[in-house]
Each structure stands twice: as C-alpha cells, then as structure tokens.
Design a binder for this molecule. Structure first.
Ligand code: NIG
Ligand code: FE
Length: 388
C-alpha cells in the first residue's frame, strides 16, 4: 500500500550527503511516496508516480519529523511551585530533582506509565516522531529499572541516568552510590537502555565519578551522552569528547577550549533552550559553536523541573530569536541534528530508504516555525508510514 503526498510547496529534505556537518536543503513543488514504514520516492510533484492513497498538501511545507534527542519523561508529580518561585527570583540549582525522585518512587507502575505515555503522545501530536527518554528519577536499582522498562515501551532511544544526582539515602556516601550505579544498577538497566548519561556538574557528579560511570556503561555496550556545562564551566564537555559521546547536552557555559573540542569531533552539542527559558538563565552561544564548525542539535529536555515543554517548535523559535540561529540552522538542528545526536541515519532526512516520519505544516515554509511562535502549525504527522 503506497501513500503519496503531493503538491508540497516546500519539502525539507536535509539530504545533502551523508558526511560533513550537514545543512538544511529544500525542494519546491515536491512529492513523496511512502511504502510501509519507508520513503520510496522523492521528486517533483508533476513527476510523481501513482499510489493507493493520496494526501494533497496544497502548497504546504513538509519536513522530517522532529527528533527530540533529550527528554526525561518518566516521572510523577510536577514542580509548578518551584517554577513560580524561580520567576520570583529564586535560582535553579537542580536541588528540586530530589522532589521528583520522591514522587516517582511513590508512584505505581500504572501511574508512571500513563503519565509518560501522555507526554509522549503530546510530543507526537506536535511532530516529534523520535524521542529519547532518560531514567533518572528512580535512583534505586528497582526504580531505575522500572523507569527504563516504561521508557522502552515508548521508544527505542532509552538512556540510563542513574547518575542524575546522589539520592538522599547516599548523601554522605557518594563513592558507595557510584559503585551501586556502576554495578547492580547498570546491570538491571542494561536490558532496557541504549545509552548511558551522567549529570556532570557541581552538586551532582564530578569528572572522576562521571568518567568511571560512563566507562563501565560503555564497556557494557551502551552509547555515551553527558549532561555537560549547564550551570557553570566544568569538565563535562571535555569528558564527553574524550569518551566519544554521541552528544554533550546543555553546553550553556563553554570555554574556547570546549568549543574547539566540540568542533573537532563527532560529539554533537545538543542545546536545550527550554531549560534556559524556564530557569531564566542566559542562553547557550549557538553562534559561537556553529561558526567554529560544531554540529548542533536542538532538543526539549522535557522534565518537570528545568524545562516542562514537549514542543520542538517552541525550542526552534527560542533558538532563532534568542540564540541567533538562522531558521534553517534551527530546523536542521531539530531534525537531522537530533538524528546525529542519536547516531541515526534513518531519520531526520527525507530521501528514499529513510524512515517515513514526516510533518505537514499548516504553512508554506519551514520559516513559519520560528516566524509564528506559539501557533500550532502541525497539520498532519506521518509516523512509521502511518498518518496519525
Ligand atoms: O537536564 N540538569 C539535570 N537534569 C535536568 C533537570 C532535572 C530536574 O530539574 O528535574 C536537566 O535540566
Ligand atoms: Fe536533561
């Protein structure tokens, strides 16, 4: 059963070769044919082959589905009052993570599954066809394993973040907690996780602990990602590059050496402007990274503390308005950039052989994602070849 989407005013293809840093590419007056979960044909609308089903895009723009390469969807409760306190002047320190850990531990499996599923659906309706989901609000062997089990029901891109913070019962025994993470917790997490991540920051885990955890995770077959340089200058980015992490996430406080290191590797700098928005912090310097030649991805960081948004369109608008990314750079970073941050080449691109994950915009151009902030512009989503 083939599906034809034709009369596309502007098709974002991102198909400019497989190597190099990558940039946004488009095709005007285009059509796409999908069979099962795969794109089988891309070209001019007037040359399109017939198909069993047809969607007339009527001049609208079509994009690859968004790739949200950083989220924390498995949690219970919210922290709206912490947000209100921040807007009244309190700083964000990450201390509230423990509030969510307590609520998550107390929640039943059903409640956690239902809450995470709701957020995943919310993201999908807004065009996110691939999402990475981290654990990190369980912080015990059983609670991390069940968080990842639930995450795995929603995505293949699951990340073990047992080293999010040190839980209260280990407060005076950080070394013991690191041993727990590296041993029994990793063992319980591995069947459900593709990636391992550490919050490498003052108040969370230092470079030695982070290196130890990421190294055993890597030896167990997990890919590496790092929460790096969010709240201040620190060793996270250098560690990410040292360990060939797929991405260093946040990158809000970077030295020249950090920027150089990122520019010289395949470690993607994943920027999470929803976090700066919701913590009222200075945004990362995207221009400096892009101008140095680093690969940049955009993601939501969706979590109840620092960034409770599932909207990639909102992150694109922030990146353009507040971080001086061009609309083309921001849309590339939210699609192909996210794919690179997950080391995937089957998504983020519209070309034959790639996964049939597409967004139809209620607008003639991808430019409108930043130009019309806050407006729900996603008129249709095709996920794995199925129109939702
Ligand atoms: O990426 N910084 C660490 N972790 C999350 C925030 C988690 C929370 O505040 O609950 C982040 O911003
Ligand atoms: Fe995060």
């Amino acid at each position: 059963m083939a599906l034809l989407i034709d009369r596309i005013g502007e098709l974002v293809t991102n198909d400019a070769g497989c190597c190099g840093r990558g940039h946004l590419t488009t095709l005007k007056d285009a059509a796409v044919v999908v069979e099962a979960d795969t794109i089988v044909w891309v070209g001019r609308s007037k040359d399109a082959p017939g198909a069993d089903h047809r969607v007339d895009a009527d001049g609208r723009a079509v994009l690859p589905g968004f790739v949200d390469s950083h989220s924390h969807l498995v949690f219970a409760g919210d922290r709206a009052s912490e947000f209100a306190a921040r807007m009244a002047g309190e700083p964000y320190t990450g201390g509230g993570i423990r509030t969510t850990v307590a609520a998550t531990r107390a929640a039943s499996d059903e409640r956690l599954r239902e809450a995470a599923g709701r957020l995943r659906d919310e993201a999908l309706r807004q065009g996110t066809t691939t999402i990475e989901i981290k654990s990190g609000y369980g912080l015990s062997v059983a609670d991390e394993a069940r968080s990842l089990r639930i995450a795995r029901e929603l995505t293949a891109e699951t990340t073990f973040l047992g080293a999010h913070v040190v839980p209260p019962e280990y407060a005076a025994r950080v070394d013991d907690y690191v041993s727990l993470v590296c041993g029994p917790m990793l063992h319980a997490a591995t069947p459900y996780a593709r990636w391992i991540d550490v919050f490498c920051e003052t108040g969370a885990f230092d470079a030695d602990h982070a290196r130890a955890i990421l190294t055993v995770g890597k030896a167990a077959g997990l890919g590496v990602r790092v929460h790096a340089n969010q709240l201040g200058h620190g060793p996270g980015v250098q560690l990410a590059v040292e360990l060939d992490a797929a991405s260093a996430d946040h990158c809000t406080h970077l030295t020249d050496r950090d920027v150089e290191a990122l520019a010289g590797t395949w470690t993607v700098a994943t920027l999470l402007p929803g976090a700066e928005f919701s913590t009222r912090s200075p945004y990362p310097d995207a221009r400096r990274l892009l101008d140095a030649g680093a690969t940049v991805a955009l993601a939501t960081d969706c979590n109840p503390g620092s960034s409770y948004t599932s909207s990639m369109a909102f992150c694109i608008a922030l990146a353009v308005r507040e971080m001086r990314m061009t609309p083309a750079e921001a849309v590339w970073a939210a699609t192909a950039g996210g794919a690179r941050a997950l080391r995937r080449d089957d998504i983020g691109v519209i070309a034959p052989g790639r996964r049939a994950d597409l967004i139809v915009l209620d607008a003639p151009s991808y430019l409108h994602l930043a130009y019309r902030p806050g407006v729900p512009l996603i008129s249709a989503v095709v996920h794995n070849g199925v129109k939702l």
